[in-house]
Design a protein around this ligand. Structure first.
Ligand SMILES: Cc1cc2nc3c(=O)[nH]c(=O)nc-3n(C[C@H](O)[C@H](O)[C@H](O)COP(=O)(O)OP(=O)(O)OC[C@H]3O[C@@H](n4cnc5c(N)ncnc54)[C@H](O)[C@@H]3O)c2cc1C
Length: 287
């Protein structure tokens, strides 16, 4: 179905305050648009349910990667290309850089934004597993007080989240606590490039004298939303890593996922790959 363009309205105010005023005046009527790489696909297909879009792309306050002593903060409009070009991101958050390099092709990487990927909420999106193991926080702005949310609490189900209709994501904040950690990310898809993942697993671990001091594990494409695997982490933390512990963790991770059969894969395959990826990550940590 082709779209009838005059049915749609696009406002593009130049400041966050103007956007928030518009969203507060008519909550649920206006939908933020950043790079448009998700929204314009729906638009082209005649499936965009929102008639009124408010553009964020030209708002400088939502751009840039900055660092304090304790955190790296990415503006909502940070693109995949900017993530890959940042020396700081490559040094401290390499999994997010790798996920950015897997996201679409160059045109999508130049235009697609990190906040757009988060808000779109696909369980198969590439950046969420990395954001989850890096313990990201997201900052939500509205005409009310700003809200800081743990990213691991943000998604509530398939494409649902805790953001109110009058809120936008303004920043994503990453604690600078990755020094000395092992970083792991693997995506299994039909092809190496430009494929939607069947399973993706991200891991971050700090080993001290053979004992797991800290571990975080996250998965994409095996539940209605990207998930952090807290129970599997609990099996592993403060333990000496050996084959028996790895087997315990593999049994635990199966209880945390709820994969489905769909056009890309089967639940059975996704379960087996999840277990294999966890095995690969944990085996890489063995002395
Ligand atoms: C050809 C192609 C290939 C792709 N490949 C991949 C891939 O490999 N991996 C992958 O994960 N994704 C992929 N995508 C999906 C898409 O590029 C990403 O999800 C992208 O990050 C979306 O960002 P955007 O700025 O373009 O979002 P938009 O399309 O502008 O918006 C997407 C959603 O987020 C909301 N939104 C955007 N910004 C904000 C904000 N600051 N606050 C609140 N809500 C906001 C919008 O209202 C909308 O609901 C692909 C898309 C295309 C077209």
């Amino acid at each position: 179905m082709r779209v009838y363009v005059p049915d749609y309205t696009l406002e593009a105010p130049g400041t966050v305050d103007q956007v928030l005023r518009l969203l507060a005046r008519e909550p649920g009527v206006w939908r933020p648009m950043a790079g448009g790489t998700d929204l314009m696909v729906l638009f082209e297909a005649g499936q965009l349910p929102y008639r009124n879009l408010v553009g964020l792309w030209r708002i400088p306050e939502l751009r840039g990667i900055t660092a304090s002593e304790t955190h790296v903060t990415l503006g909502a409009l940070t693109t995949y290309t900017q993530i890959q070009r940042s020396e700081l991101m490559r040094a401290e958050f390499p999994l997010l850089v790798r996920a950015a390099s897997w996201t679409g092709a160059v045109a999508t990487q130049n235009r697609g934004t990190l906040a757009g990927n988060i808000a779109n909420g696909s369980p198969a999106a590439d950046s969420p597993p990395a954001l989850l193991v890096y313990d990201a926080d997201i900052v939500l702005l509205s005409e009310r007080d700003p809200r800081w949310l743990r990213y691991s609490h943000f998604h509530t189900g398939y494409k649902t989240n805790l953001m109110e209709p009058d809120e936008i994501i303004s920043h994503i904040s990453l604690p600078r606590t990755t020094a000395g950690c092992v970083h792991y990310l693997r995506k299994v898809g039909t092809r190496k490039a430009q494929a939607i993942s069947k399973v993706a697993l991200a891991g971050l671990a700090k080993i001290n004298d053979g004992t797991i001091e800290r571990i975080r594990i996250a998965l994409g494409s095996v539940a209605p939303m990207p998930i952090r695997c807290h129970q599997t982490e609990a099996v592993l933390v403060d333990r000496e890593l050996d084959r028996a512990t790895i087997e315990e963790a593999k049994a635990a991770i199966v209880t945390e996922i709820s994969p489905i059969d769909d056009i890309r894969s089967t639940a059975e395959y996704r379960t087996r790959v999840t277990v294999n990826l966890l095995d690969e990550f944990l085996t890489s940590l063995l002395p």
